[in-house]
Design a protein around this ligand. Structure first.
Ligand SMILES: NC(=O)c1ccc[n+]([C@@H]2O[C@H](COP(=O)([O-])OP(=O)(O)OC[C@H]3O[C@@H](n4cnc5c(N)ncnc54)[C@H](OP(=O)(O)O)[C@@H]3O)[C@@H](O)[C@H]2O)c1
Length: 448
């Protein structure tokens, strides 16, 4: 049996999980892949640090350049995280023609186009299953299982921390800050949770999925993103009364597909999801992705989106894929551009399109609108007038009973309207004397 020497760069949560899982299932993996996998070195920042896994001392080093450069290293697994060092590690390895496995969505979202180009030029592979939705093999689903499909609609719950916080807000009625603080204390959320709760982690994953699905490089800067900090219990409660749950939802919708041009809508924002849709039931730290393929129809994938073991499962499947590709290339039985052999240096096999992400202002959607208004005659008429002047229709209203002249919430469900029209109307509504606080606007999706 041939042998592949693997250098693991970074052995924190994910690297430790990979080491442990490999110890547990190495025999099985080697039998299935038909190749012996040997971890030849493990690089960390501080070799003396206490870890949740015991690493053999002889394997541990602290200089990634030595490990990557070593002629005996056949495959580099980048699990450092962040962008600066990780980029150097990946560029160096690809430059040497060595395949790379990474779980690093931030790196791919920022520099994926140049890294994939480098891999292609060096005829080697860049494997990234673990970068989106942890243990859910969604990259292989899009690249291989559903290769024959176009993707009119993809929806995802892609950040476990946000989903955990929103689920607990819904179940227990506690507010965002206290649930976040408790999650941080118990290790469910990072001490700096801003990447998660501001939506940036989900944004990076959405950019990767959109690029894969639509065959052009989608930059995170082109995707509208909102986090969940502004979601209140009040909104969760009203959404519930109306038959919805609030989720941080990634949406990637095909808007136009000419022969030469693809236009998509890509957003990451809190969204009202109807109770009868499968994504409404995804609770806690779980991730889920709903992929609509034009041939296969609707499909739903659910699982753990993060954590040592779930992510290790994806990393190990990439290590096996990289190992098989290396063997095939060495034997001359693989074409470097084969789309579904597992070779991923050509990640966007339909990379033929000129693609465009439509601007947030041009997005048309249903909306939930919460206004804080004076409980006085004529209030509703003034607001309805402004909406009508912007050709915005109301589909339903909730106005809890209040005391005359006091401030009360007014909930309006809005028919399809563009964000531009909504913003124009809200600017005027905010200036009405009967409106007492900044309006809250949340997207509503009926998944049609
Ligand atoms: N955590 C998850 O659940 C999860 C899920 C999916 C994807 N990911 C992605 O997986 C990657 C790794 O995440 P993680 O949670 O495992 O991170 P982590 O726990 O912070 O581990 C990072 C590792 O990199 C090492 N490191 C940092 N700088 C280094 C340097 N200059 N040279 C050598 N080693 C260095 C650290 O060494 P020390 O141990 O000595 O500090 C540590 O072992 C990230 O890209 C992340 O986005 C994570």
């Amino acid at each position: 049996m041939r042998q592949l020497n693997v250098a693991i760069i970074g052995c924190g949560t994910v690297g430790g999980g990979v080491w442990q899982a490999l110890r547990r299932n190495q025999d099985l993996l080697e039998k299935r892949a038909g190749i012996r996998l040997r971890v030849s070195c493990i690089v960390v920042k501080d070799p003396d640090k206490k870890r949740f896994v015991r690493l053999p001392k002889r394997l541990v080093g602290s200089d990634w350049k030595v490990a990557v450069d070593d002629p005996k290293t056949d495959l580099v697994v980048e699990l450092v995280g962040g962008v600066a060092t990780a980029r150097k590690v990946v560029e160096k390895a690809l430059g040497l023609g060595k395949p790379v496995v990474t779980a690093n969505k931030a790196l791919l979202a920022a520099h994926g186009d140049s890294l994939f180009e480098k891999a292609k030029n060096r005829q080697t592979g860049l494997y990234f299953e673990a970068s989106v939705a942890g243990g859910i093999p969604i990259v292989k689903v899009l690249r291989e299982g559903l290769l024959a499909n176009r993707f009119p609609r993809i929806y995802g719950i892609l950040n476990g921390t946000c989903n955990y916080i929103l689920s607990r807000m819904q179940e227990e009625g506690e507010d965002f800050s206290s649930i976040l603080a408790e999650a941080q204390l118990n290790g469910y959320a990072e001490s700096d949770a801003s990447l998660d709760v501001n939506g940036l982690d989900a944004l990076h994953k959405t950019a990767i999925l959109a690029s894969l699905a639509h065959g052009f490089w989608v930059s995170p800067g082109d995707i509208h993103v909102e986090g969940i900090r502004h979601v209140t219990n009040l909104d969760i409660g009203f959404a519930d009364r109306l038959g919805y749950r609030i989720k941080l939802l990634s949406s990637i919708l095909s808007r136009k597909q000419d022969r030469d041009v693809t236009e998509i809508q890509a957003t990451v924002c809190p969204t009202l999801v109807p109770y009868n849709h499968g994504l409404a039931d995804i609770d806690g730290v779980f991730n889920a992705i709903n992929v609509h393929g034009d041939i296969v129809g609707e499909t739903l994938y659910c699982g753990q989106g993060a954590g040592a073991e779930a992510t290790a499962s994806a990393v190990l499947s990439d290590i096996a894929a990289a190992a098989l590709d290396s063997l095939k290339l060495a034997d001359g039985t693989a074409e470097p551009t084969a789309p579904c052999s597992g070779c991923q240096w050509q990640p966007f096999t339909a990379l033929t399109q000129n693609g465009k992400v439509i601007a947030w202002e041009d997005v048309v959607s249903k909306f939930y609108l919460r206004l804080t208004v004076t409980d006085a005659p004529g209030t509703m008429a003034q607001i309805a007038n402004v909406l009508a002047e912007n050709t915005i229709g109301i589909s339903s209203i909730i106005q809890p009973e209040g005391h005359e002249s006091s401030s009360v919430p007014l909930i309006l469900m809005i028919h399809d309207a563009s964000v531009r029209a909504m913003n124009q109307a809200l600017k005027r509504i905010r200036n009405l004397s009967v409106v007492k606080a900044a309006p809250v606007m949340i997207r509503v999706d009926h998944f049609q």
